[in-house]
Design a protein around this ligand. Sequence first.
Ligand code: MF3
Ligand code: CO
Ligand code: CO
Length: 253
Amino acid sequence: MPMPVYSPDEIRTMEHVCQLAAQALYHTGKFVRPGITTDELDVIANDFMLSKGAKSACIGYHGYPKYTCTSVNEVICHGVPDGTILKEGDIINIDVTALKDGFFGDTSATFYVGQVSDEARRITEAAKEAMMVGINAIGKDATTGDIGFAINKYATKMGYHVVREIGGHGIGRKFHDEPFVPSFGKKGRGDRLRPGGMITVEPMINQTATGMIDHEIPGSTVQWYTTADKCLSAQFEHTVLITEEGARILTGY
Ligand code: MF3
Ligand code: CO
Ligand code: CO
């Protein structure tokens, strides 16, 4: 199945929900500081979405129990908000997916908790740049391999390691649609991107090549992941629209 493409009206609806997701993420990020819990951040994000007439797409998704994902330090992704108190020097990825008018907007960013180490800052900035390099690799007639190639090349140059098992995805009327968008690959390989289709670009970058450990979430088929040696992992995510010429970020703020 090729990736779905959407009408101009549908794309306008996507633009709206993606803007709400971006605003929810920005709003929640302002509360990140030592002493706050990931549960508190989760409720802040959800309250914001509700105030804008949107819902969290995460809660109830394959049994997932919370409104957002909050992934601290060695947590690669899908960290489940709980009573964990953030402390000075932590990094935290907050991943917000909003659902409104039948469409999904998915975005995440990694935030600093107070002052962080130079190395925490460096990997966080590299994860953001890896996402941008991946988005900028989407030219005319691009494939998912073009994105993955660019991300992996940049991450490797910076001395980091991409997560291969998890990546971006098609998005629109479905939260997770085709195609899979890997953070590694070969130019010209993979699925061809179609104008009017939408995907996420969301590389996860680790300090070492240790691999990952998966952890069960009670009552859910979603798993959360940590680096095997507890090294830092960072991630950013945008939802983008494929155009004739390239890509346009929908979750920009
Ligand atoms: N937002 C995540 C992504 O980028 C998916 C979270 S699914 C959940 O694809 F169930 F964990 F919320
Ligand atoms: Co996503
Ligand atoms: Co996400």
